[in-house]
Structures are given as C-alpha cells and as structure tokens.
Design a protein around this ligand. Structure first.
Ligand SMILES: C[C@@H](O)[C@H](NC(=O)OP(=O)(O)OC[C@H]1O[C@@H](n2cnc3c(N)ncnc32)[C@H](O)[C@@H]1O)C(=O)O
Ligand SMILES: Nc1ncnc2c1ncn2[C@@H]1O[C@H](COP(=O)(O)OP(=O)(O)OP(=O)(O)O)[C@@H](O)[C@H]1O
Ligand SMILES: [Fe+2]
Length: 571
C-alpha cells in the first residue's frame, strides 16, 4: 500500500509517500522561517499556499507505483494553514480518485514512534512547539495523562529567545548555548502529571535582564524544563504500569532531553525510543504512516465531512487501527511496580512503610538535591496538617531529611486505582475540600495516592472512626451497593464495605500552602485526570467526585476547574 501524507499545521510545508510493503518513507519539506518575531499566521499560510504544491509534486515523483490514499493533518494547528492543507489534500484525493484520510497531528507524533520502535503499547511524551503532553492508550483512545497548563514547551523556549533577540526557532539556540553554561535555579512546577512553564519563563527573562550570562540561563532552563517533562513521563509510566516510552515532537531533537529520558528509563528498567530527527520535527512522513494505518482500518473521510479542526485534541480520536488485544489496562492492577512509586522507593512492612527519595540520575545534582529535600520536608509537614484537618493520613514516625527518608504508618489495604468506586472517589473529593479549607493543596491526588480499606479493618478494630466520612457514607448508601473493579475481579483486598470504608490520602510531597482557588482547582483537575486515565467508565466517578466536592467545599473552585479545562492550548 502507498499513501501520500500532507502536513502544514504551522511552519513546515511537507509531503511524503509511505510505502508499507517496503516500510519506506520519503519526505519533502520546506520550512517557513519568519524574518522577525515568532510565527505569523498569515505569513505561515502564505508559505503553505506556495510550498505545498511544490512538496506534493516532489513527493509524488518518489512514488514507485499507484497511490492508494491521501492523508492530511486535520489539526491541531493554525487555522489558515490547516485550511490550505485541507484544500490541497481534497483536490489531490479527487484527482487521483482515492480516499481521503484525516489525521490528528499529535497522534501522528506518537504513532511514528510506536511504528518505528515496534513497541506494543508505549507511553508517549510529545514535546513539540505548541504542545507538551503525555499520552497513554486505553480502551480505544489515547488519553491525555498530563499536559502543560499554559504554552507548549517549544513555544516557551522560543519566547525566551525572542526576548533575548535571537531569531525563530529558538530551541536549537538554547541547546547550543546551554552547552557552555552553568546551571542556575528556576521555579520547578509539576502538579500531578500536569505542569506549567509561565513562571519559569518569566524568571528566565528576569535573570537575563539582571545580567545572568545567557548561557547559564539556557542551561538552567533546559535542566529545569526537561527535568519536569522527564518526571511526568516517569509518573505516567508508574501510573500505567508500562515499561516503554516513546518521544515525539520537535523539541525531541534536543540531545539533553533525550539523554534525560534515556537515563530515567534505564534507572527504572523501561525501554526508551526516540525516532530520528526527520520524524521528530513536524513532517509529513508521520502523517503518511498513520494515514496508512487508518486507511487499512477503513477509517476514511467523506469530503463533505473533512473540515479542519485547529483545536483537535488527541483524546478525541477514535483509535480504529489498533487491535483490542493490544489494550493494556492503564489501571495495571497487580503490576509489579506496585510499591515502586514514580519518585521514591517504598518499602512496605507489616506496620510501617519506609519511603526513600533516591537520587535521580537524569536530574542536575543541585536540582535533584533541592527537590528531594523540599519534598521530604513538605510531605512530613502536610501529612500532619492534613490529619489535623480531619483527613485520614499515615502517622509520620520519623523524618530523615539528609537521607530523604520518611518512616510512615502503613495504611489501607489497596490503592484506590485498584478499587475504584463512586463512594471512594467522593471521599477523596471531600478530603481535598478539607485540605483546601485548611489552606493547602495535596499537589498530586492520583488514584495511587489514596488508599482504601474494607469494613471491619484494623482501623475500626482499633476504635478509630471518622464521623465525617461515616456521615457522608450514610447519605450515599441510598445509591445502593455497587460493584468495584476488585469485586468484579473477585479480589478480596479491594472489596468495598457497605459504608464505603475509610479512604486515606498519602504522598503529600507536591503539596504546598496556597489561598488561590486556581491551585485548588488544579488539585481536582489532577484527580479527575487520574480517574480518566484509570477507569473503564470514568463519567459516573467524575460526577460523584464533583457532587461530593460541591457539597463539602467551595463550589467556586468547580467553576475555576471548568475554566482551566476550557483553556485553549493551541494558540
Ligand atoms: C501543532 C503543530 O503545528 C506543532 N508543531 C510544532 O510545534 O513543530 P515541531 O517541529 O513539533 O516543534 C518545533 C519546536 O521545536 C523546537 N526545537 C527544535 N529543535 C530544538 C532543539 N534542538 N532543542 C529544543 N527545542 C527545539 C523549536 O524551537 C520549536 O519551538 C505541534 O506539534 O505542537
Ligand atoms: N503509608 C502507606 N501505607 C500503605 N501503602 C503505602 C503507604 N505509602 C505508600 N504506600 C504504597 O506505595 C506506593 C507508592 O507510594 P508513594 O505514592 O508515597 O510514592 P511515590 O514514589 O511518591 O509515588 P508517585 O510519585 O507515583 O505517586 C503507593 O501507591 C502505595 O501503594
Ligand atoms: Fe508537531
């Protein structure tokens, strides 16, 4: 099978032919290079208008036989550019009299890595100009496990280099200068598996304006931003129980980013794959390869329904080209990674748990020492604060800050991710409301950072009882009994008691004091993201969590949550 791909979402006018029998991809590209500033949408569209016909003609010349389908990048991207690519693709499909395939550009960045690596079901880190996110496949969709809360990673670097007066694109220049620089400290912002660049970028501009050598700023920027991406990639591997990672996107051409991801994977025994540069930056080869898979699955478009979509999210795409057999539950129940978190090594004893934040080989030494110290201290303090706010947490028996080690009470009998139920997620939402009411956030409320019990457990035998939880459990009892994942699987440890049982929050290392409703909303956003990434049928669980938060906390935070979720991220 031979498929033509056409790409032109922002700066790269590109066409390719993928020949599936030979597994050969020929790519013809012409880059748009703005004379000043960043990408101007009108100029970029003009570039597409001129260059797309040339690259398509050049690509077609490389085809060693008839073409079976025409695939094009439908989005996300810059509207005027997408429309020109869409028209070109429709015209070509009509003139060749072959079907049209509409490809999601972000899913193409992921699938090219999967295709080239031969990995079955990897987690994917997309590090591109306009985007930055971690994806994992589950139940017929690529789910967004974590993403930037503001700009894409490349755009963030490009904004800094514009400030310094360097031409677009800035990413390669940051890489070049960083090699000669010394590390300087910048804000490090990871919230669960989401992250944000705006604070770091303004700090970098300030540092430059204050006279810090630009090479040092570049080094500090790379070390910080790429450590954040590597950390969320590791969190995603841990949450999903997967051991394969692929990289996509133009920033993936950066050797330091690839080095960090490779080091992280090596340290946790996972496999890492980064495609060669021509498949990392925007290119039509990845569009043609995914286009061929979609065409093979009969996933073609009627011309009438082939409109482009500048905000096309990867999780909107029904994945038609993968076998269900490849589906590996993100929940990963019983995976061997059970007591190895993303951050720490956790030794679970009969009564106590020892949690050690070991040095991470991928991080700069100074950053590594700072994060381990800060998080160990925060975790110890906030575990106690949370208990004072009425939220069940493990007792802290001992804190060793230089060794980054905590000795904690062992709590619960299963992680929430292996025992999801409406009552239990509602209890977590109530706990979050109590923390927020006390003026701090958890910072990482995933389904692995909550522990659940059965009725008649050690806690009740020991006479410990939480009246708040019992009251809410009573209310919700009217819902009637429901089968948790564990019950369906017949797993005794995850059986849900009629009163919902006790739900503990653990792992407060990313928590901090704040009175900003946006931070509270981010807590809920992280929790909902974890539910979406874990559950087969997340909707009832999300509804239960929100109903519980609305009742126990400030409904204004839920409005803020809607606002966060509605933010466009593809400008
Ligand atoms: C929607 C689509 O149009 C968009 N495309 C895109 O962003 O182009 P891409 O080729 O994936 O990435 C370009 C970015 O990649 C950065 N970049 C290129 N080489 C780099 C390097 N060596 N180090 C760091 N960043 C680099 C550039 O500065 C620029 O911001 C996207 O995928 O988000
Ligand atoms: N106090 C505890 N009682 C019982 N089990 C615990 C306790 N603390 C941790 N665990 C178990 O160890 C796992 C990892 O712990 P924790 O989340 O604290 O580590 P982490 O490395 O910070 O993980 P991550 O960053 O992936 O959330 C938990 O999901 C849980 O199964
Ligand atoms: Fe891209």
């Amino acid at each position: 099978m031979r498929v033509v791909g056409i790409e032109g979402t922002a700066w790269c006018a590109s066409a390719a032919v993928f020949d599936s029998e030979r597994d050969a991809v020929s790519i013809e590209s012409e880059a748009y290079e703005p004379e000043s500033g960043g990408i101007h949408p009108r100029e970029a569209a003009e570039h597409m208008r001129e260059a797309i016909p040339r690259v398509v003609a050049a690509a077609l010349e490389t085809a060693e036989g008839p073409i079976d389908a025409v695939a094009f990048a439908r989005g996300p991207g810059i509207g005027p550019c997408l429309r020109i690519v869409g028209s070109a693709a429709r015209a070509l499909a009509q003139s060749l009299d072959v079907p049209l395939v509409g490809v999601n550009h972000m899913v193409a960045h992921l699938e090219i890595g999967r295709h080239r690596s031969g990995f079955e079901s990897p987690v994917c880190l997309n590090a591109s100009g306009a985007n930055a996110h971690v994806l994992g496949y589950h139940n017929g969709r690529y789910r967004v496990l974590g993403e930037t809360m503001d700009t894409g990673v490349g755009n963030a670097l490009d904004k800094f280099t514009r400030h310094v007066g360097w031409s677009h694109p800035g990413g390669p220049k940051v890489e070049e200068h960083a090699e000669r620089g010394d590390y300087v400290e910048f804000p490090y912002v990871v919230k669960g598996m989401d992250f944000s660049f705006s604070g770091i970028m303004s700090a970098a501009k300030d540092a430059y304006d204050d006279g810090t050598p630009v090479a040092d700023v570049c080094c500090g920027l790379q070390e910080t931003v790429f450590a954040m991406l590597t950390e969320v990639a590791e969190r995603a591997l841990s949450l999903t129980g997967r051991d394969e990672l692929v990289l996509g996107g133009g920033v993936g051409q950066n050797a330091r980013l690839r080095e960090m991801l490779a080091a992280m994977c090596e340290q946790r025994g996972a496999e890492f794959y980064a495609p060669e540069a021509r498949f990392l930056r925007d290119n039509a080869g990845m569009i043609a390869v995914l286009g061929a898979k979609m065409y093979g699955a009969g996933d073609t478009l009627d011309v009438a329904a082939s409109a482009v979509d500048p905000d096309f999210r990867p999780d909107e795409v029904p994945v038609t080209w993968r076998d269900d057999a490849e589906d590996v539950l993100l929940a990963g129940a019983g995976a061997p990674t059970d007591v190895r978190g993303a951050e720490a090594v956790v030794d679970v004893g009969a009564e106590t748990v020892t949690k050690t934040r070991r040095p991470k080989a991928y991080r700069h030494d100074a950053l590594d020492a700072r994060l381990r110290r800060e998080r160990t201290t925060h975790e110890a303090r906030l575990l106690s604060e949370a208990r004072r706010a009425g939220v069940p947490t493990p007792v802290v028996f001992d804190v060793d800050v230089p060794g980054s080690t905590l000795e904690l009470e062992r709590v619960g009998e299963a992680d929430l991710r292996d025992a999801l139920s409406e009552r239990r997620v509602a209890a977590v939402a109530e706990h979050l409301a109590a923390l927020h009411d006390a003026g701090f956030v958890h910072g990482d409320p995933t389904t692995r950072n909550a522990r659940v019990t059965r009725s008649g457990t050690r806690d009740e035998r020991a006479g410990r009882h939480d009246p708040r939880a019992a009251r809410h459990a009573q209310q919700r009892d009217a819902d009637g009994p429901e089968a948790s994942r564990g019950e369906r699987a017949g797993a005794d440890a995850t059986r849900e008691p009629r009163d919902g049982g006790r739900v503990y929050l653990i792992d407060f290392g990313l928590g901090y004091y704040t009175d900003d409703a946006e931070d509270y909303a981010m807590d809920l956003h992280v929790f909902e993201g974890a539910i979406r990434g874990t559950a087969d049928d997340p909707e009832p669980l999300l509804a239960a969590a929100e109903a519980a938060y609305r009742e126990a906390g400030d409904p204004g935070v839920l409005e803020q949550l809607r606002e966060i979720e509605g933010r466009g991220r593809y400008q």
